[in-house]
Design a binder for this molecule. Structure first.
Ligand SMILES: Cc1cc2nc3c(=O)[nH]c(=O)nc-3n(C[C@H](O)[C@H](O)[C@H](O)COP(=O)(O)OP(=O)(O)OC[C@H]3O[C@@H](n4cnc5c(N)ncnc54)[C@H](O)[C@@H]3O)c2cc1C
Length: 291
């Protein structure tokens, strides 16, 4: 059985307790993966063991990538953010209640079907992109998609963070034993602002029903650059290029934000149809927040 990496252990140890992870572990604690460095082009490289708390509070990172800081600072609790790592938050496994219960088999445990599909519940996806109907859990992935960040994998060519996902049947596309070593962010955009909001059933310590993040640069009275991504809605973290295109070149206004946020999705399930207007409202709100 291939060994599984343990970073902060906040997701992994829960899966150990529920019998979803039973093989040997390789601890990343002593690996040299905690540095944050400037890249030659003015961007940043953050090691996979940098904590979520550092992403949310490091002065250089929060100034350069405010959308990243907002997503990292909003998740879980202060204690979890101090233990959880950049690698772990991107590669954490689904929160689907069937996957998390040892009493069921599903596509992600070697089974042949998705038990949630017949009984999705209000937390399931609203956009059906793959066989799994549980939303992808990573909030930080949304910001990294909006920044078009790269992922460094040991002994491989870098790939886009977006290419860590893209297959609704798996939580991420890294193979057994593949080690995420760092995330590389492009040079920061001068004057960029950001917004982030989540719709959540309680004040903290819960994955959101839906969430949206936006980065926005305005110059000469028009939107020069926009990055928008949403979570809680699909089995993969989702960037929204159509929304971004509708914004760029336009004078920013509430009316523009509401128009650009219209998703035109057909709900996958009646139980989750509420997520469409909810997500549209979140997108318009985070754009206004950024402005
Ligand atoms: C109450 C609660 C609320 C939460 N709310 C949110 C939320 O709203 N949004 C959100 O995004 N997260 C949320 N989380 C999840 C939390 O962010 C994750 O548990 C955490 O980020 C995982 O990081 P870790 O370092 O502990 O990873 P671990 O638990 O150590 O690892 C997680 C997985 O990633 C793999 N892995 C870790 N690092 C690497 C690497 N470098 N290379 C290859 N594989 C690796 C491990 O093998 C394992 O499979 C919440 C957690 C809790 C407990």
């Amino acid at each position: 059985m291939t060994a599984e990496y343990r970073a902060g252990g906040t997701d992994l140890m829960e899966r150990r307790a529920s019998g979803r992870s039973t093989g040997p572990l390789i601890d990343l604690y002593d690996r040299d993966l905690r540095s944050i460095d400037r890249t030659p082009d003015g961007g940043f490289r953050a090691g996979a063991m940098v904590t979520v708390d550092t992403l949310a509070t490091d002065p250089a990172l929060t100034t350069a990538y405010p959308a990243l800081a907002l997503t990292a600072g909003a998740l879980a609790t202060p204690q979890i953010r101090r233990a959880a790592t950049l690698g772990g938050v991107l590669l954490q496994r689904t929160r689907c209640r069937y996957y998390r219960s040892e009493h069921y088999e599903c596509l992600k445990t070697g089974g042949t079907g998705c038990p949630a599909r017949g009984n999705p519940g209000e937390r399931a996806v609203v956009l059906d992109v793959g066989p799994c109907v549980a939303p992808h859990p990573s909030s930080v992935a949304l910001a990294l998609l909006a920044y078009d960040a790269d992922a460094e994998i040991e002994d491989q060519q870098p790939r886009k963070v977006a290419d860590l996902y893209g297959d609704g049947a798996r939580d991420h596309l890294l193979g057994d034993g593949e080690l995420l070593t760092a995330i590389v962010l492009p040079p920061p955009a001068e004057g960029e602002k950001a917004g982030y909001k989540r719709a959540i059933g309680r004040a903290s310590a819960e994955w959101p029903l839906a969430e949206a993040v936006a980065r926005l640069t305005v110059g000469d009275g028009v939107v020069v650059r926009a990055g928008v991504a949403v979570g809680g809605v699909a089995a993969v973290p989702l960037r929204l290029p159509d929304v971004e295109r509708a914004l760029v070149g336009q004078p920013p206004s509430q009316e523009l934000f509401a128009r650009a946020a219209r998703l035109g999705w057909t709900p996958a399930f009646p139980e989750t149809a509420y997520k469409i207007p909810l997500t549209e409202t979140l997108i318009a709100d985070v754009l206004a927040q950024a402005l």
